[in-house]
Design a protein around this ligand. Structure first.
Ligand code: BGC
Length: 759
């Protein structure tokens, strides 16, 4: 209701906004926009705000079915501003010709596509890639994705997805950077830089889109599209930092989200889109709705019909309508009746045109649709090497009892068992762009390629994970109770020096619409593990999955566990690099792994509560479960190495600082093992007393430090007052005076600490 009340004021303020935004932008471009807008009819303006998905062959004659024919004609009349899911140099060129050659003003279309973790060459799913804690690697993978996508005629990716997520039941947790706003903000900025490069007009860069704005990851019970109800504090302190970082990195567009927050769907939220994004942050690109989300204002129950939905959405600052058709059908009548000021439409159009100008589309609308570049660059061999490198950096060594890993590649017998061991599809993950089905290097092939001729590799599938396929990809059949492969698996395991077991989730078990109430190993996988263990307990469990799994009962069954996510095209080679010690793992979890699903949402940067430890309430009356510990199975920031790192001598350079001052933080890191390795040194801070309650720990810095065996290094950080700032009870982003505790270590759980005071 508050949002509705604000609408009038906002509508009035609207007319002023373009001028304000203009000041930060290129005057020459703004002049060209002015001239173009002056020539446009109302219908043509609304057309720029209309986006359709390709549902017909754009390279052939007009499509026969009525709906497709109508859309085809709309493109020709300049009533479509953008299309998604048109890919390939030929198809994009054909669609562009349709718009540019036939419409009155010849305004080019902008082609968008979900390039989430690679285009043809698949990189690790974003959650996995974030486990590298290597922002340069994240930027590189986005850069290569942009090189391939732009060569295929695309201008715009619906990425990065920057939704903070604390709930592993939510299938889309795979698409983001995990649970932490600091790491999430760095990942967001790196990916924006990678996609957009230094110059958006270059033919090998594409516009990025930070999504889903906002709080989509906070869906109640982890059920996709569900209600979100979070405080302004959580919104500002946890959800928004990655979006702000994307905007500061120059992201060209944002996508809003399906969910409501506190009663207002994000698509109709004046607060999010006008006040914060376009107001406070001065964002001058455009906001695209999520698929049909303007139309969904009707089932949400805030709009009676499409007309009212269009009115709410445009007033709230949703600039482009993805696939609901509400703008193209309703905005004209709304403007003509005076219900929507034409200034609201003009402002949205200016934003869309601005991005098109920045992409260089007005200089040459076909510049990205280049068949020669497409042939040369899409899936280029040199991209495979980068995909392998990023993939191995993303692997997390969860446990390694008795130094079972690394394995000997020169001799011995290795049994490779499990439904995902020889599966060339799962590593491509969900949201795989235009990666070709069944083309990933499998774990089995990776192992075979890595070992010498005297190593015997035996393989048994053991159990099937997938028995059905749908048009949306392979679906997990949850009732796989087929144990007929167990005997062969036991046979393979018997007498082997080590068993590598490949279990987890298939590619489409995570992703949009794939929320799950149980997040363990599906089907008979756990039974298979137990059966194999009964004949050979020397098990290395390699997990391939899109979300944190709850493995309290599974973890004790395997002395070694490797988290290998869905790692992309080069998955098998990357995992083999780690298994045989070619690459010493350095990945760290970007998200907590619960013991059991009942702990979810579980995240390290939680609040202490009034009864946060047993001392506060006796044995019973404190904030805990009576059946499982509060701690996760594997905490945020956890990840082992084949060498051992020791921390000592944490020292703060100041016991007290004034506002604007800085605290130097130093710690000694020693490689106390016998191999070279890289450690991600993590710095956390706790603000002990605040005007609102503060998290028990917040990540404020990290460094990847490579050390030779026996080598020590003094690692230094500088904590500034800005690092201590948060959204306070007064509604300001600032640091509050008081005492702070600093923690440094190799995970969010194992840390040394020291204190200082901000005066
Ligand atoms: C998803 C978006 C995606 C869009 C276009 C929607 O269902 O939520 O993330 O970009 O579809 O494919």
């Amino acid at each position: 209701m508050i949002d509705r009340a604000r609408l009038l004021l906002v509508s009035l303020a609207l007319l002023l906004l373009p001028a304000a935004a203009r000041s930060a932008t290129d005057p020459a471009v703004e002049k060209r926009i002015d001239e173009l807008v002056a020539k446009m009819t109302l219908e043509e303006k609304i057309g720029q705000l209309n986006q359709y998905s390709s549902s017909f062959d754009l390279t052939g004659p007009p499509p026969p079915d009525d709906r497709a024919k109508a859309r085809y004609d709309q493109i020709k009349k300049g009533l479509v501003g953008s299309m998604l899911n048109v890919t390939g140099a030929a198809a994009t060129r054909a669609a562009q010709e349709l718009a540019v050659k036939n419409s009155r003003l010849g305004i080019p279309l902008i082609f968008g596509y979900d390039v989430i973790h690679g285009y043809r060459t698949a990189f690790p799913i974003p959650l996995g890639e974030t486990a590298s804690w290597d922002v340069e690697a994240m930027e590189r993978s986005a850069r290569i994705a942009a090189i391939e996508a732009s060569a295929s005629g695309l201008h715009w990716t619906f990425a990065p997805m920057v939704d903070i997520a604390r709930d592993a039941r939510w299938g889309r947790i795979m698409e983001g950077a995990g649970e932490d706003p600091y790491l999430g903000a760095l990942a967001a900025a790196a990916r924006v830089r990678g996609f957009q490069g230094k110059d958006l007009a270059a033919v090998d860069t594409i516009a990025a889109c930070a999504k889903h704005y906002a709080a989509y990851g906070f869906a109640e019970a982890g059920r996709d599209y569900n209600t979100v109800d979070i405080s302004e504090q959580t919104l500002r302190n946890v959800v928004l930092p990655p979006f702000k970082a994307a905007v500061d990195a120059g992201v060209a567009t944002l996508m809003n989200s399906f969910n409501e927050i506190g009663g207002t769907p994000a698509t109709a939220s004046v607060h999010l889109q006008r006040e914060i994004l376009k107001g406070e942050w001065g964002f001058d690109g455009f906001v695209v709705s999520d698929w049909g989300s303007i139309g969904e204002l009707v089932p949400h129950g805030v709009a009676r019909d499409a007309r009212e939905a269009a009115k709410l959405a445009i007033a709230a600052g949703s600039d482009m309508d993805m696939e609901s058709g509400a703008y193209v059908a309703e905005l004209k009548g709304l403007v003509e009746s005076g219900a929507v000021p034409v200034g609201a439409v003009d402002e949205a159009v200016r934003r869309v045109l601005r991005v098109k100008f920045r992409l260089g589309l007005f200089d040459d609308p076909y510049r990205y649709s280049d068949a020669e570049r497409e042939k040369r660059l899409v899936g280029a061999p040199e991209h495979a090497a980068a995909a392998r490198d990023v993939a191995r950096k993303s692997i997390v060594l969860l446990k390694n009892e008795g130094s079972l890993l690394p394995l000997d590649k020169a001799r011995g017998r290795i049994a490779v068992i499990g439904p995902l061991a020889a599966d060339p599809d799962t590593p491509l993950g969900n949201w795989r762009g235009s990666a070709v089905k069944n083309t990933a290097v499998t774990l089995l092939d990776g192992i075979k390629a890595a070992v010498g001729p005297s190593v015997e590799v035996r393989y048994a599938e053991g159990a099937k994970l997938v028995t059905a396929e749908t048009d949306m990809g392979r679906e997990l059949t949850l009732n796989t109770d087929d144990r007929s492969g167990f005997a062969a698996a036991e046979q393979a395991a018997k007498g082997a020096d080590v068993v590598v077991m490949a279990l987890g989730e298939n590619a489409f078990q995570a992703g949009e619409g794939r929320s799950q109430a149980e997040i363990g190993l599906k089907g008979v996988q756990a039974d298979l593990l137990r059966a194999v263990r009964a004949v050979n307990p020397k098990i290395v469990l390699v997990l391939q999955n899109g979300r944190p799994l709850a493995l309290q009962d599974i973890a004790p069954l395997a002395p070694a566990m490797v988290e290998a996510w869905h790692l992309g095209s080069q998955s098998g080679h990357a995992i083999a690099d780690v298994l045989f010690g070619e690459h010493n793992p350095s990945g760290k979890l970007p998200v907590s792994f619960p013991r059991v699903v009942g702990q979810v949402p579980i995240y390290y940067n939680a609040k202490h509560t009034g009864r946060g430890d047993p001392a506060s309430g006796g044995m019973v009356f404190w904030s805990h479960y009576t059946d499982v510990p509060n701690t996760p199975l594997f905490p945020f920031g956890h990840g082992l190495s084949y060498t051992r790192f020791e921390y000592s001598g944490l020292k703060l350079g100041a016991a007290e600082i004034a506002k604007g001052g800085k605290v130097p933080v130093e710690v000694t890191l020693k490689n106390a093992g016998s191999r070279a390795g890289t450690e991600v040194v993590q710095l956390y801070v706790r603000d002990l007393v605040g005007s609102v309650t503060r998290p028990v720990k917040e990540l404020k810095g990290f460094q990847r430090v490579a050390l030779a065996p026996g080598e020590s290094r003094r690692v230094t950080f500088t904590l500034g007052t800005d690092d201590l700032a948060f959204y306070t009870a007064a509604g300001r982003w600032e640091a509050e005076p008081g005492e702070f505790e600093v923690f440094v270590g190799g995970s969010s759980a194992e840390t040394q600490s020291a204190r200082f005071v901000l005066r």
